[in-house]
Design a protein. Structure first.
Lengths: 208, 208, 208, 208
DNA sequence: AATGAATGAGCCTTCATTCAT
DNA sequence: GATGAATGAAGGCTCATTCAT
């Protein structure tokens, strides 16, 4: 049984990996089951035995990606000493995960809209909510202690991740040559300036 | 003739508007010609008479949107007095256009990937290039004069627009309740701190 | 337009006729769209343009058959002079319609179950109800006047049509060699004895 | 062995019962092996171990039903004292079996067509032939002695069972509220009048 | 310019059946 | 006897596009 389960698990993984390659190359809708079958070596029946339909392959890939990134982020965050280090950890986690998994990242960045309206919408909402709670739990004390600005909650993510994410989109689309790790500090600094309670952000009053 | 052309122009506009609604609701691939026919009131033959195929409807919508936004942006930019005002103008243009055309914005944000690989790819590249040149023309003097940081060119857009764009995506997807205009100044300030040559972008304690 | 409509109507009729032949030969489920396409000469797209799906072809055929028979029956019934002639008309109508349309009859007798549970269920119920009302309207006066037995309404149909229908099933299935018209009078007499108010159905008291 | 056989026999029975429920609910063709697996609790492999394929499950159910009913009928018939009692026994057997096994009856009434053309066709023919012989053996003496009308053999069944069968179909389909047992005597009387050699089957006024 | 019936390649999915464990 | 992953042929249906009117 354990042997057969191992095989079965491998089959699943093969299918997911093949599907990811196809999805990036042709988009989810542009990918046919036949393409995934070709690339994975699995039979059509096996694809359906394991996932039920094409959408479920895509949403599995999407949700696993979210979770994988989320784990990495929360791990690094928990190791961060102070608020500044935490912001740096967020930017670094993003850059590192995206650099290590460019295909997966490309897929997630392009597919969110379809998963939102698909049958896995609930799972996605739940995953988002959970990550949001954990981030809030990290932010709150720093806001309370005055090391982070007190902003509406929905602004932290855009201010911290917005720039690096926009740059990453451009990189993944081939519009810029260098990966985001080249500008690691630029993005982290911008993020810190946007949300950190550094008193220096109004230079006029600061340099008498 | 002018009468008939007027009617024809109306037909085109009806089709584009109906298509936009369908594309947002079902995605471009998920939208069938039949749906657009239904919503626009035009016949199938008419759709093909005016646009040739479905992709051309989508790319027309996309490129017109880009151009419409670009015009507004460049207009406001040309009226900006100094660098700080220019940065403000960029953020404001983005917020204003998105707020005035939420559906169009949603469509453009979701469809770029498909237009890039379609037959209108060249037009898109040309349009992008043109806008990029004009922005660079605006930036250069300010960088030269030291009012803007001297950064690699590919970083300005992410740093200026990244946060407001990420927030806008969340708003258009219904994940946050308030439109981006509520946080106009937050985004503009963050953008300015990221690219403006204020001397305070490194903590005072670090430069003795 | 009228020309095109005529062609279109012909196409519909060709499809229905081809489908009927296929359904009888292989059953509705056993018939593939490809078979109907083959036999009708229409394209797959045309099949779907006209009927939407296979089930709708079957239910159209079914409902039209019911209606065709119903019309013939009610016509003959309206011409019947007295109760005995009416019963005869019912049996004769059944036999004549079945003899004239053996394929259609075979189809209807075999397909009711599937139509009942399909999307045309409501139409079927409505058609049944309508015919039932009309038959009741014919029966009532004769029951009131004492020329027909006063039985629960749901018994007339089985008593009148039951025998000839059971025989017809056997004939259509090839289990008996002769058509039901050979025993026209046997069935009509049995029906009359079952529902007619002849006082002779208890011989013991009648032959002193 | 006997223990394991008992278990196995139970498994077979579970499968048949589950299959019957599925067949009624979705039809034989509409029922998938997966549905039967679900409902019976058996594994797919087990289904195939016991029956070989789906059709064999259906034909087993069908032939067992026929046999079960046939036994009951012949038993009652052998106990009937005279012709009238025999006719009554036929109608009663039908009503009683159908009332005791409504699902099974529904299945048989709906499935005959498919079994006829399947691999169990020969078995069905043989079973029909055997029952027919036995019924003929019962009828013959009564026809010879003049207590039953001398009719073509193929007419007895329709005349005797036709009405109650038609009524039963309506009841099993939910179109009439009361079971056939409510009208036991109506059906038996009609049958007797149709095939019994009572002299009154032509109106008295016609034989002066 | 408008219409909509016709086309048919192509895709997703189902499902009976097999077979190694 | 039991299990369930694997198989792949087959079929229903969609939909962009064409074209005669």
């Amino acid at each position: 049984m354990s042997k057969s389960q191992a095989r079965s698990g491998q089959r699943r993984r093969d299918i997911l990996q093949a599907a990811l390659a196809c999805f990036i190359e042709h988009g989810v809708e542009g990918t046919t089951i036949e393409m995934i079958r070709d690339r994975s070596g699995a039979s059509i029946g096996s694809l359906y035995h394991h996932f039920g339909n094409k959408e479920r392959i895509a949403s599995t890939l999407f949700l696993q990606g979210l979770q994988d990134f989320s784990q990495a982020l929360l791990q690094r965050l928990s190791e961060a000493g102070d608020a500044r280090a935490g912001i740096q950890a967020m930017v670094d986690s993003y850059i590192d995960w995206v650099s290590a998994n460019p295909d997966w990242a490309r897929f997630i960045l392009q597919t969110r809209g379809q998963v939102i309206h698909g049958e896995a919408a609930d799972k996605l909402t739940a995953a988002n909510r959970e990550q949001f709670q954990k981030l809030r739990a990290w932010l709150s004390p720093h806001v309370a202690s005055g090391t982070l600005k007190n902003l509406p909650l929905e602004l932290y993510r855009p201010l911290i991740i917005g720039p690096v994410q926009d740059y990453t989109r451009a990189w993944l689309a081939g519009r810029v040559p260098h990966g985001p790790d080249r500008y690691r500090d630029v993005f982290a600094t911008a993020a810190w300036q946007a949300v950190g309670a550094n008193t220096a952000f109004k230079p006029a009053s600061e340099s008498p």
